[in-house]
Design a protein around this ligand. Structure first.
Ligand code: PMP
Length: 524
């Protein structure tokens, strides 16, 4: 065996610890670990193609020209499809650019601190990594830059490209959507510019590994000739194309939160430079100690020798890390809450934002219950991350009850003073032969009347009395009046219609109508 040697001092890519590893190391439950280190949105993007259909042809290879994805990316980027090269995330395209422009005897320019993969991909190709562009065959630019968040004006990058006509200038625009500026419109005048884009960040689809390069038709052809035949799985390419055609990005709230975090940290005396991405860099003495102290509380940040990097998450989660750093934030623009609850039986975390877009990541360990909560979040317009690790092996009872109790707590907290809410909400939802009605009053007189008429002795594997019981807990913890009635032939439909109706009723009751209070007695 004789592998091609790597350059001296080569450091391979190292993944951060998983939430499970952090939990084990720190004596925490997984649900207590909140990751501020990965620069991805806290909630997944919602695929807008039927998943069943996407996975129905798993024996077929992807369509290797990725026509649909390239057309969608071209329209999104404002170029023609022959200027688009598909890749397995920006990472795949970094490797492809290195393979295309580098090799032994060639030089790659990397200006640090930046994303480590440029030096890694350059080293793998046998190129020398230098820090001045003048003699480079490939100049890597990360814009906005990870980890500083700094933005360089595209004109400045184009001028560099024009001054180095024999080099490729590859601009990683992974964080473009959070306030970057693209070099793509300048490719026509500086055809040695290549932009790399990804659906891992603002699109919330990192797991799918979808990226695309934008280049002049000539460079696109050179890249395409060297790329893997099918770098993106077919279902991922379909989901990615649909997302690019109809982008629903996680940007506005994230940018507002980023600025709120920076303001709080700056006011607390931290050096926190402006960022154009979904993270902030905080320069601190003793960064390792600070990161350790945060991690001991389950708050995981990315560490650098003289700084920590914090990914923007949901407002209530950001408040938690700001408090741990001794910073006092202004109230967030959106109503949100974070509830972490650990008991002898369960450990769970509910991160909730009202006024969301129905994005949810639910993992309770009980598939049917996850499905119901997903429906509740979607129809309630809630952004919700709900992670529970319970004693489901013994009995689902604790998990189901504790999850709905925590969700009730989170809702109560997110509503805060309940000022300006519509107060009442109701909805009737049919599902085939089943029909459910839910009515909600947000006045603080907790009361529940829940009647789910199930006919079987298990509903999705759960005892039929459990869901009504847990919904009652939800109402008590949220401090609201709740009536739910549902009946039908099929127990699955009955339960699902009930959770959908509850979501819709909650959405209406929690919506802001601008009035001071929905009560004749003043405050709710
Ligand atoms: N480029 C930069 C600058 C990044 O920070 C990251 C994510 N860590 C990536 C690329 C990776 O993107 P992808 O998921 O598309 O491979």
């Amino acid at each position: 065996m004789s592998a091609r040697p790597l350059p001296e001092g080569f450091e391979p890519y190292v993944w951060a610890s998983t939430a499970e590893e952090v939990a084990a190391r720190r004596g925490l439950r997984v649900a207590e670990v909140i990751r501020f280190d990965a620069n991805v949105p806290p909630l997944p993007g919602v695929p807008r193609v039927p998943l069943g259909e996407s996975f129905a042809r798993l024996n077929d290879y992807p369509e290797g020209t990725y026509r649909e994805l390239r057309e969608a990316a071209a329209a999104y980027a404002g170029v023609s499809p022959e200027q688009i090269v598909p890749g397995a995330g920006a990472d795949g395209l970094i490797g492809l650019a290195a393979r295309t422009f580098l090799g032994p005897g060639r030089r790659a320019c990397v200006k640090r601190p930046t994303y480590p993969l440029y030096a890694i991909a350059s080293g793998v190709e046998g190129a020398e990594v230098v820090d001045a562009p003048a003699t480079a065959d490939l100049v890597w630019v990360c814009n906005p830059n990870n980890p500083t968040g700094e933005l360089v004006e595209p004109e400045e990058i184009a001028a560099l490209a024009r001054s180095l006509p024999d080099a490729a200038v590859v601009v990683d625009e992974a964080y473009l959507e959070y306030g970057g500026k693209s070099v793509v419109p300048l490719i026509a005048e500086a055809p040695n510019l290549v932009a790399l884009r990804t659906l891992s960040k603002a699109f919330g689809l990192a797991a799918l590994r979808i990226g695309y390069a934008v280049a002049s038709p000539e460079i696109a052809r050179e890249l395409d000739r060297r790329r893997d035949p099918a770098p993106i799985a077919a279902p991922a390419a379909r989901i990615g194309a649909a997302a690019l055609r109809e982008p629903r990005l996680d940007v506005e709230e994230t940018v507002a939160e980023r600025e709120r975090i920076r303001a709080a940290l700056s006011a607390a005396g931290f050096d926190c430079p402006p960022s154009h991405a979904n993270f902030v860099l905080v320069r601190v003495d003793g960064a390792a100690e600070v990161a350790d102290r945060l991690e001991a509380q389950g708050l995981v940040v990315r560490r650098f020798p003289d700084a920590i990097r914090i990914t923007v998450r949901l407002p209530a989660e950001n408040d938690r890390i700001l408090a741990a750093l001794g910073a006092a934030p202004e109230p967030a623009a959106v109503r949100s809450a974070l509830v972490i609850r650990t008991t002898a039986e369960t450990a769970l975390r509910a991160s909730l934002a009202l006024d969301g877009s129905g994005r949810a990541r639910i993992d309770t360990g009980i598939g049917f219950f996850d499905h119901l909560l997903q429906q509740l979040a979607f129809h309630g317009g809630l952004d919700l991350e709900l992670i529970a690790g319970g004693d489901v092996d013994v009995d689902e009872h604790h998990t189901v009850e504790d999850v709905l109790a925590a969700l009730g707590d989170a809702l109560g907290q997110a509503l805060d003073g309940r000022e300006g809410v519509t107060r009442y909400g109701s909805a009737t939802v049919p599902m085939d032969e089943a029909r459910a009605t839910a009515a909600v009053d947000l006045v603080r007189r907790p009361h529940a009347e829940v009647s789910l008429r199930f006919s079987g002795d298990r509903v999705g594997g759960l005892a039929p009395t459990l869901l009504p019981h847990a919904l009652e807990r939800f109402a008590m913890q949220a401090g609201l009046t709740l009536h739910v009635e549902a009946s039908g032939e099929d127990d699955h439909h009955v339960a699902e219609a009930a959770f959908k109706a509850l979501g819709r009723a909650l959405r209406e009751a929690c919506s802001l109508n601008g009035a001071a209070s929905g009560s004749t007695k003043g405050a709710l």
